[in-house]
Write a protein that binds this ligand. Structure first.
Ligand SMILES: Cc1cc2nc3c(=O)[nH]c(=O)nc-3n(C[C@H](O)[C@H](O)[C@H](O)COP(=O)(O)OP(=O)(O)OC[C@H]3O[C@@H](n4cnc5c(N)ncnc54)[C@H](O)[C@@H]3O)c2cc1C
Length: 385
């Protein structure tokens, strides 16, 4: 790994393809480019690869299997187990960059991608006044780039502690506290369980829309494999198949405040909401350790007001309310690059020489899809340059 200064191409050399972001998506793209004979330089804003994974909470494990999460050209070691821990994901990403001998330049944040004046290539502006030019660029800055904190009325005046889930590491600081976790995606569900196991006095979980909950694995069969098999089936068919299976495998938690969802599982995925993989939520809700409550409507001094009018006074509110892709400053000015409604790339390859990696959230697992997309990017860029 190199530091801070990308080596410019000598005048007779073709400039490298720049990959923005040294997470799994960017590293996989760079490895694939290399495999297709294209020199790639990864520009990473932090000081090491895998920055997002280094910052995740302590108990996190991949909920996709080791085998189905490997990036191109390097399996995840068997000793990391079936559900790979956060630290082992980081180890794997470090090893991945080393194994493929990737050129990674750390400490460089790309701030803007522009067309070159002659319209044939791309011009990158980066921190430290760096200016780089290339025929092709791969943007891989992460689906979970910028924490999203809803603009609840009264939020700024809340006198309790409010943090985004991206700041949560472990339950230690919350021992003995009354905590409200907002949002029941995979992150909110797992943090709620972590808090109960780590000594929080009371844990409530604010639920706006009842989630689909699936077992991470049933009789050894991982939910991810079902996701892969269902991926190309019609949405309505998967919705119909999932309903009775859901009822068989997940108990009805309505009496505990968590009703079954009223829209189909795959319809929800299409709307951007991945099912919650159970890593203890069902048990915690059944035992009353995690108490589902209504959605948060507003804040009032030390009080959180729920949509049904209930008023709570937790010590801490942890908002597991997702992320934005934060691509506006980087590429938002490029005509046709982003979908204005979602802020995500219109397609993975919206303009000649501009590629996006990792901006979908598929039911089949992002690592798996990024591995497959990396190969497509490698082939397309090799043809382009
Ligand atoms: C809590 C959590 C659990 C997940 N679990 C799974 C799972 O089990 N299985 C699965 O398949 N997927 C999972 N995902 C989804 C996805 O696989 C990960 O988010 C994955 O890290 C995405 O990889 P990425 O490279 O696209 O983005 P990131 O890992 O976020 O990497 C982006 C990189 O770009 C850098 N960067 C950002 N902006 C710039 C810039 N302007 N210039 C230079 N560098 C920049 C960042 O520092 C970072 O290193 C999970 C996501 C989260 C949040």
């Amino acid at each position: 790994m190199t530091d801070a200064h990308p080596t410019p191409a000598r005048s007779h050399e073709r400039p490298p393809v720049y990959v923005i972001g040294g997470g799994p998506g960017g590293l996989a793209a760079a490895a694939s480019l290399k495999a297709h004979g294209v020199r790639a330089v990864v520009l990473e804003k932090s000081d090491r690869v895998g920055a997002s994974w280094r910052a995740h909470y302590d108990r996190l494990h991949l909920h996709t299997t080791r085998r189905l999460s490997a990036l191109p050209g390097l399996p995840i070691p068997r000793r990391f187990g079936r559900w790979v821990s956060r630290d082992d994901v980081v180890r794997y990403l470090e090893k991945y960059a080393e194994f493929h001998d990737l050129e990674v330049v750390t400490g460089v944040e790309v701030t803007r991608v522009e067309r070159t004046a002659d319209g044939t290539g791309w011009h990158l502006r980066a921190t430290g006044g760096r200016e780089l030019t290339s025929n092709a660029v791969v943007v891989a800055t992460g689906y979970n780039h910028t924490p999203r904190l809803p603009d609840w009325p009264g939020r700024a005046e809340f006198t309790g502690r409010l943090l985004h889930a991206s700041e949560y590491r472990n339950p230690v600081p919350y021992a003995g506290q009354d905590v409200l976790v907002v949002g029941v995606g995979n992150t909110g569900a797992e943090i709620a369980v972590d808090l109960t196991e780590g000594g929080a006095a009371r844990v409530r979980l604010a639920v706006r829309t009842a989630p689909h909950i699936v077992r991470r694995s049933t009789l050894g069969w991982p939910a991810q494999l079902t996701g892969i098999l269902c991926r190309r089936l019609p949405v309505s068919l998967v919705d119909r198949l999932a309903e009775p299976l859901g009822k068989l495998s997940v108990p009805d938690l309505s009496a505990h405040g968590l009703p079954r969802p009223d829209t189909g599982l795959y319809s929800r995925v299409r709307d951007g909401s991945i099912p919650v993989q159970d890593v203890g939520l069902i048990d915690a809700v059944q035992r009353g350790k995690v108490e589902p409550v209504g959605a948060v409507a507003s804040f009032d001094g030390d009080t959180v007001v729920l949509a049904d009018g209930t008023r709570l006074t937790p010590d801490t509110v942890i908002a597991a309310t997702g992320y934005r892709q934060g691509l506006e400053n980087l590429v938002g000015h490029l005509d046709g690059a982003l979908d204005p409604a979602t802020g995500r790339p219109r397609t993975p390859h919206p303009l000649p020489g501009l590629y996006f990696q990792g901006y979908t959230n598929p039911i089949s697992g992002m690592f798996r899809e990024m591995a497959r997309d990396a190969d497509r990017i490698g082939r397309a860029v090799a043809k382009h340059v």
